[in-house]
Design a protein around this ligand. Structure first.
Ligand code: IMP
Length: 429
């Protein structure tokens, strides 16, 4: 059976959770494979709102097995809170959730480092979510100061924590002397606190790579749920204004352990416009009344950090790039209803950089920062469309807008979403 993936094609927050939730019904397993609690999904059904951060959106269907794979960085306290919150809302979480023993764990020093390096690194801040995601991946790559979930259950766990805290405290002392930044960590307190988390997480911990490879052999249907968006990919995004994992389609295999050729369908998720949180270039940003109108209508405030999102017109240059990068087969266009009532709509079809017309997405953020969008203008539509359920019932101008995005990005559109509820979904064709 084929594997399917849901990948965001912009700078995150494309409403991927809704599509994952819809598709879980047709799958046996849903996998989160990169990122951490920097992601935030909202799933709405039956008049209730559920907030997810690390738990896969498949958790709402009891027959679906949810997997948090080894490419993820795990904050034990926040995942336990998330599980607790969902349980309190009546969602059953038990054997239907597996967490990889290979997942690297976020400790209090990582959040401290996130704050320090955001402020003393010089230049524009990356504007991270402050969750310690980057520093945890940093330690993973460095290896000697890394702790994986499987380490919690080994006899040398206490010694490991003590050694790391000793090193981190020396680093913080040096930074404090130089910049007044940093804190002091207490190894005993951290060991006690995290040992308790480890015990509560124990029932979920597994070798998820082995589990998924067996599932592939058994012809199970697996849905891979990407977090963040392709343009935040550590290798292929707007570096250094990116997250610390491969958030494009390139990360599926490394994060989950499932070979890339198992994937048979990749669905690229885009908003009908552009948003970005944090620093970094965003050529089509509208820092004006248009951007504010999109923010108001789309409630564009971060699920995790509550920061107002930067809003702007749809950037077809960026999305064409990310759709190709992520190997996308079809598009799902989200939040089309937000664009109702605009007199006219713009789509960026090229960039003007230093007097040259550029149609590819630049590899250097400085070039992207200089990019002046070349826009195509399309007529808008007045009607609210949140109750439309058939594609042919959308206003002509809305259909034309969808068609034009598809042409410019070079991929067919399979789904159009006109509201947050499961039912506010239009299947094209
Ligand atoms: P970090 O992932 O916390 O290190 O943040 C790095 C950059 O990625 C910042 O610009 C964040 O705003 C952005 N980012 C991280 N996670 C998300 C997400 O789920 N949605 C949108 N932006 C995100």
């Amino acid at each position: 059976m084929p594997g399917t993936a849901i990948i965001g094609l912009q700078w995150g927050d494309e409403a991927k959770g809704k599509i994952v939730d819809l598709l879980t019904e047709q799958n046996d397993i849903v996998v989160r494979y990169q990122g951490g609690a920097n992601a935030g999904h909202t799933v709405v059904f039956g008049g209730k709102k559920y907030k997810l951060s690390l738990v896969p959106s498949g958790i709402f269907r009891p027959q679906v097995q949810c997997v948090i794979a080894g490419g993820v960085v795990l904050n034990p306290k926040s995942i336990l809170e998330e599980i607790g919150g969902l349980t309190a809302q009546g969602i059953t979480i038990g054997k239907n959730l597996l967490i990889s023993d290979r997942a690297n764990v976020i400790f209090p020093w990582h959040a401290l480092e996130d704050q320090i390096f955001n402020s003393i690194g010089g230049g524009e801040s990356i504007g991270t979510t402050g969750r310690g995601i980057g520093p945890c991946y940093q330690d993973k790559a460095g290896r000697s100061l890394a702790v994986r979930l499987g380490d919690f259950y080994k006899p040398d766990f206490k010694a490991k924590i003590e050694n790391i805290v000793r090193v981190k405290n020396r680093i913080f002392a040096g930074l404090r002397a130089a910049d007044g930044a940093g804190g002091t960590l207490n190894a005993d307190e951290i060991f006690t606190e995290f040992t308790a988390y480890g015990e509560r997480l124990r029932p979920f911990v597994a070798d998820t790579t082995d589990y998924l490879l067996n599932a592939v052999d058994a012809d199970k249907r697996i849905l891979f749920e990407g977090a963040q968006g392709s343009l935040l990919d550590i290798d292929h995004g707007t570096f250094p204004y990116v997250t610390s994992s491969n958030s494009s389609g390139t990360g599926i295999s490394s994060g989950s352990g499932v070979p890339a050729h198992f994937l048979k369908k990749i669905i690229g998720i885009v908003k009908a416009y552009t948003t970005r949180v944090g620093g970094g270039p965003c050529p089509t940003e509208q820092d004006n009344g248009i951007g504010q109108k999109i923010r108001d209508r789309g409630n564009e405030y971060g699920t995790v950090t509550k920061r107002p999102r930067r809003c702007g017109w749809f950037d077809a240059v960026a999305v064409r790039y990310s759709a190709r990068l992520s190997g996308v087969d079809v598009l799902s266009i989200m939040l089309l209803d937000v664009l109702s009532s605009f007199e006219e709509l713009k789509i960026c079809t090229a960039y003007n950089i230093d007097g040259q017309t550029v149609k590819h997405f630049p590899s250097q953020f400085e070039d992207l920062r200089k990019a002046e969008p070349v826009y195509e203008t399309l007529p808008g539509w007045k009607e609210e469309i949140d109750s439309v359920r058939r594609y042919s019932d959308l206003p002509d101008n809305a259909q034309n807008y969808v068609k034009r995005i598809s042409e410019l990005v070079g991929k067919p559109v399979e789904i159009v979403s006109v509201g947050p509820d499961r039912t506010q979904t239009i299947l094209v064709n």
